[in-house]
Write a new protein. Sequence first.
Length: 235
Amino acid sequence: MVSRTQILIALGIAVLIALGAGAWLVFFRSGANAPTVPVSGRGYEVVASDRTLGDPKAKLVLIEYAAPICPHCARFNANVFALVKRNYIDTGKVYYVFRVFPLAAADGAAEKLARCLPKSRYFEFLDLLFRNQTQWDPEYGESTPVLQTEAGVHAGLLKIAAMAGLGADQADKCINSTADDDRINKVGMEALSRYGINSTPSFVLDGALMEPPYLREWTYDDMAKGLDDALAAKR
């Protein structure tokens, strides 16, 4: 797995810095994005503020920690997640939880925009962010110099927000709100302190960090093996 070792979130230091004043995938329209049902087990708790997919009574709880700016996360979203959803989440085997692990200020802003939309559209907006990273993500600053600037990232995020039907004023209000800052940073801190996460995407399965592939990105086969082994152990 390709590791993201330069984690910008640190104890007592918030990464959320205000950035200044389509077409969705069909599988996100299936109705699986129901209200979060809190569940808990050894080593994990799913809370009301989490964004989830699937049956809370599923045998497995899979928590993904990802960053909207992370290209590896975007490729997982594009190449792997649809199969995981179809074969494990939609079939009632896995209760899936998505949590933002903020690597930079843009992650916090993107998460705030996602939460500005109705809860049922959260995953649609994440998919839009991932599939359009080159338009707003500072990771692409070398190829798109404007994204090296705060103003460029801000303009890019407003463009993505407009695709989702959010006007510029409404999007700025969401980005500049501080109401969600503590929650976003708390999620990142818990990922570090509880699970030792130092790369994205990372996955916690029933309270235990899944061993990442060695020096490459996650594939569907990797994920399926981990989930199948865990399911077999529960029989």
